[in-house]
Structures are given as C-alpha cells and as structure tokens.
Write a protein that binds this ligand. Sequence first.
Ligand SMILES: [Zn+2]
Length: 376
Amino acid sequence: MVVRLSEVSDDVKIVLIPGNEACTAGLPADVYGDSPGFRKESDRVFLRRLNSEKELGKYLVAARQGGGIYLHLPYFHPGDSCGDVTFEIEGKRILWDGKSYSGKLRIDGRDVFYKSVFFTNESDPDMSDAAYFDRAIPGPAVRRLKHAFPVISDYYRKDLGVEAVQSTSAVVALTHNQGKYFGYGGDALNLIRITYDNPNPLPEDIADVFSRTYAHELAHKAQHPSLFENPYGRYLTEGSAEFLKLFVLRESGLIDAHQEDGLVRNALQECAQHNSETSWLQKLSGHTTFYREPYDCGLVYYIASYRYSGLEAKAFVQLLLKALSADIDYSSDRRRLCLLYESDCQNVMITDLVSGGPGFERARAGIESKKKVGAR
Ligand SMILES: [Zn+2]
C-alpha cells in the first residue's frame, strides 16, 4: 500500500492507495486508531490538522514549521493489514535522512520508525541537505547560524568520529500558535527540530541559543539507546550532551573561555537550587525532578568527573564517547571516572554530588576550580 502525504491548506492530506484486491473494500474508519486530529474524508482519504499545541504522543505529530510541514512518520503508518507500506511525500522540497529532494520522495514503511520528514512548497525555501531555515528568522541571525552549524557538525564528524551526524538535518523555525507558552521545543531524530514558540520579543541572542541547541542535539547521536535504561538515564544523557556541547563549541572556537565559564557557573547555580535535601535518584523515582535539572546537574556531574580525572580535555572526551557507546569497560579507571553513573563509583566528589544535601554543597565548593572544559 502507498501512503501519499501532501499539504492542503491547514491540513496534511493522507491518501491510502491499496496495492492489492484484498484491500479494495476500503479501510476501516479507525485505521489511525482513535488518534485525535485524524479525520476521515472518504474511504481512503484522511486529513490531519497541523497543530503544534496538543499532541497525542511523545513527538510532535504534524506541525507547521516556518513555510513547511514537519511530520513524525510512525503516526501515519496504517499498519500492515494491506501488506507492505510505502510512503510517498509530495512537496517542492523535502528533507529526509540528511538529504534534500525535489517533488516526490518514496520511503519504505520499514524505515520510518523514530523518524520524521520535513517538506515545503515555498517557491524559494532556505534549504540545503544540512538545514532548513524559516524565512521569519532575521537575516543576520541566519548568516551566523549558517557559519556555526557546519562548524559544529564537522567537529562531531571529523574530530570526534560521530558518523550519525551525516544522516541528520536541522529544521529551524519560529512558530506562532494559540498556545499560551513561549520558549524552545525540539526533537533530535533524523531531523533535529529546533523551534522557538511564540517569540515575544525575539531574544537578541537567538543565533547563539539556536547553535547551542544544535550542538546539544548532535551530541545525542553519540549515545547508545541503552543509556536511557540507566536509572540515572536523564542525567546521563542530557548531562553528557551538555558537556559535549560545551567542549565542541569551545574547541571549534564558537565560544571563548569566558563564555564557557559563564555557562558552567550558570549550570552550577541552577543545579544547586534543587539540591538542598533529596538525592538525585530519590528525585527520579519520586518524579520530582524539574525540567532543566538533568541538563544542569548532569553537566555539573561531568565537569566534576573531568576536573578530578587529571586528563586533558580531548583524552577525557575520548573516554566519554567510549562510555556513551555503552562500553562498560571504557577505562581501567572507571570507578573514579564514573561516566555511566556506576553504582560502585568510588569518587567521593561524585557520590557527594548525587547524594544531595550537605554532600552536594561539599562537592560544589570543590568543583569551583579554574580548569576549563575545552582548555587549549
Ligand atoms: Zn537533550
């Protein structure tokens, strides 16, 4: 069966084209389950309203992003009752798996899990294999992003050997909707979606924030999926992504020592706000972690590990990448580095950090030393 997806005013039009006779009786009305937002037009035509506010799952389903449309494809898979599925995306320009296409793209239904596609019918979109930039982003900011993005992705690929970066594109957009919220949203799949919602006013340093987000999201490409199963999974994955972000920005010359210092200091302060009593693990099991906490405290954790490792930044990062590939034997010194939040960690600085309370304060005082993340 072919599932053809295209843009029709404020909807995505979904046309199901059965490939064999067994399916000619038409598809059930609930082919998309009871997913809110899907409407049946006729036996084989469905519409999905573009909406970036109320969503049914983990990922944004279908949303206007700049002059184009972002779709998370698994939500559009009609199941296998009519045999193999092929998606057909119709759009003037299409972004998929790190490449851009024109007019029409066919995607095997077996290749869509955890993947999104972006397409636009704009006459002159600002788009390359690597990125789409919303025309609403001010010109000077776009020029800075077009300098920063390749610097960042090249560093990951060439200097750190993170190959997955190659099959990834970014979609950067300002969105305006009826939601009463503003700020950042995003997903880091084969498309890195970086969205700023309802800017009012647009922050002056928008280019900096977008490039930092990009550097953070690419870091996730170096992480083995099993890391999310670790009891400290959120701290581990977000914290190491923050650490790699800082390292890459500094090493590639996009931030200087002073800016790096400010970002570390800021994370320490934010993290400290949440650590007067409970340990990190208690918070995770009691679901009392604040949204930014795994980012800030996770970064502080890796800063602590780095500063007490005695290693040069590059050597430390090589061990970190090895650990993030889920290699539990990443170093003979792993009980002191504790890069995977090991329960047999023997580094007091680190066990103090995650214990919360007075232990955290002791560790915090120790961390405020002079050594930089990307010292060079
Ligand atoms: Zn992240």
